[in-house]
Design a protein around this ligand. Structure first.
Ligand SMILES: [Zn+2]
Length: 292
């Protein structure tokens, strides 16, 4: 491994470890709720919201919770509803609160992720702390889209480019008009962009436009109750407005501190995740590295 690759792997491992810093501080009891026939979302337990789809012969799970115990509590909920086995776990991205529960799934389940998310997981799992997760590295990956139809349900996996991370996936059910959007959508806090994982605010806006273009009316995100297009439209508008304001301030030659002051932002004590405004500022001011 080159020095740079080692550095990137280290940064990714730290990003992975810290990625659930905003998750629910107190785990609440896990509960599955039906959205449409055979389609459920699960909140509570440790980690982000998850979902599952019961087909005629098999079950597809979306995201894995944050530890084996919560994953198994979710699997117990599924068993109350169907004897069909879980065939696939689709990961919306590589953050720990969506991924670390994989070790609670039966070995041999097929884990599906976007190719970049797999790379992020591979780098993070080099840490011996995550050795139990290595057998669950995604065995099936894709670049931009992939059908995952199971008998009885059409499922489309979509990647619209770097946004929250470099490997975000939207799980779209065209017949039910439901989309699972992972952490591409946060309501009630600023959008989170993992620059260490190749996420960008410009890409997030682009991805939200594509999510809004889907023929869907229910959106399940990692950390909110199910949402409608109205809330996602408002989120996109707020992002675009902040980007325009930062861009104007950058053009006036303002420094990062001046930009933060214009938004009334003080650095939080936890500096692992720069504020959304800082991310936008860095995107608009960084220059490509000069040729060597
Ligand atoms: Zn995330």
């Amino acid at each position: 491994m080159t020095n740079q690759a080692t550095l990137i792997a280290g940064v990714l491992a730290i990003a992975f470890l810290g990625s659930f810093s905003f998750a629910q501080p107190q785990p609440t009891p896990l509960a599955a709720a039906q959205l449409k026939d055979g389609v459920y979302w699960v909140k509570g337990g440790s980690g982000a919201n998850t979902g599952f789809i019961i087909g005629r012969k098999e079950v597809v799970v979306i995201d894995a919770k944050m530890n084996a115990e919560s994953a198994q509590a979710m699997l117990a909920e599924i068993r109350k509803l169907t004897p069909n086995p879980v065939k696939y776990v689709v990961l919306t991205h590589s953050d720990g609160d969506h991924v670390e529960g994989l070790s609670g799934f039966p070995k041999g389940v097929t884990v599906v992720a976007q190719a970049n998310a797999r790379k992020e997981m591979e780098a993070a799992f080099k840490d011996p702390k995550f050795s139990a997760l290595v057998p669950y590295l995604p065995s099936e990956t894709f670049a931009t889209d992939r059908p995952l139809n199971i008998e009885g349900t059409r499922i489309s996996l979509l990647h619209f480019g770097p946004a929250h991370t470099s490997g975000d996936v939207v799980v779209f059910l065209p017949d039910q008009k439901i989309a699972f959007v992972g952490d591409l959508v946060f309501i009630g806090r600023d959008p989170l962009i993992h620059r260490q994982k190749g996420g960008t605010s410009v890409g997030l806006a682009e991805t939200l436009r594509k999510i809004l273009a889907l023929d869907a009316d229910t959106f399940v995100s990692g950390h909110n109750d199910p949402l409608t297009k109205t809330e996602i439209r408002a989120l996109l508008a707020a992002i675009v407005e902040k980007q325009a304001k930062v861009k104007a301030l950058v053009q006036e030659g303002k420094s990062l501190d001046e930009v933060k002051a214009a938004f009334g932002i003080a650095d939080a004590p936890d500096r692992r995740w720069p504020s959304f405004i800082e991310v936008v500022y860095l995107e608009f001011t960084e220059r490509p590295a000069p040729p060597k």
